[in-house]
Ligand binder design. Structure first.
Ligand code: THU
Length: 132
């Protein structure tokens, strides 16, 4: 790893404890690092009407956006088995942070994958495409 992401990793693991995942039993935690150093955390919140649920990454993202923060440098996603962010989350993150670093860890804090949003969403569709 190129930097010390230990705090971000721990926060992603910690917030997963608040996940509301009675249907999948698959809690997820995310910790999104803003350019100013602030960390925004989020967990998945499921719903009896299944598609109404939201992923951990988007929970963290909308928390940040809703307080006026739009620039991000890294995200850590924590799951029991090192699952990668879903396609919808990749797209939502790409809107604001196409250069985002992405770290995927398990609940033991082991790094399972260090990658980038560009690698996870190659040739992504972003705001610039609308103005070409
Ligand atoms: N989930 C996330 O929170 N993030 C992802 O990127 C993958 C999936 C959640 C959604 C659902 O609550 C559970 O994991 C199982 O799909």
């Amino acid at each position: 790893m190129t930097a010390d992401f230990s705090v971000l990793i721990q926060q992603a693991i910690d917030v997963s404890r608040h996940a509301y995942a009675p249907y999948s039993s698959y809690p997820v935690g995310a910790a999104l690092l803003a350019l100013d150093g602030t960390i925004y955390t989020g967990c998945n919140v499921e719903n009896a009407a299944y598609p109404a649920g939201i992923c951990a990454e988007r929970t963290a993202l909308v928390k940040a956006i809703s307080v006026g923060v739009r620039q991000f440098t890294a995200i850590v996603v924590a799951t029991k088995n090192g699952g990668a962010p879903c396609g919808v989350c990749r797209q939502m993150l790409y809107e604001f942070a196409p250069d985002l670093k992405v770290l995927i860890v398990n609940f033991a804090g082991e790094l399972r994958l260090e990658t980038s949003l560009h690698a996870l969403l190659p040739h992504g569709f972003g705001p610039d495409e609308l103005h070409k």
